[in-house]
Design a protein. Structure first.
Length: 84
């Protein structure tokens, strides 16, 4: 909203607004000066308790070793000419 109104320097890519860290810091300093240094720019909030967190699948060491073994055997069996 602030980028769309021209208060915060930003560039629009498609429907998303993107800003740089330097531009954000300039904006926060300007706001801080206008509020007579009574502005706390960073507020930390705890995430909600019901926030869904998707766990990434963990590749087991044995699976990775087996996969490397299969790729090596396939490389030997089919030789280098078939991979080019």
């Amino acid at each position: 909203m602030r980028a769309r109104r021209g208060k915060l320097k930003a560039v629009k890519f498609g429907r998303n607004w993107v800003t740089k860290k330097e531009w954000l810091e300039e904006y926060l300093e300007k706001i801080k000066k206008n509020n007579n240094n009574n502005f706390e720019p960073y507020q930390i909030f705890a995430p909600p308790e019901n926030l869904p967190i998707e766990k990434l699948p963990v590749l087991r060491f044995g699976f990775v070793v087996a996969l490397v073994f299969v790729v090596l055997i396939a490389g030997i069996f089919y030789s280098r000419e078939s991979f080019i």
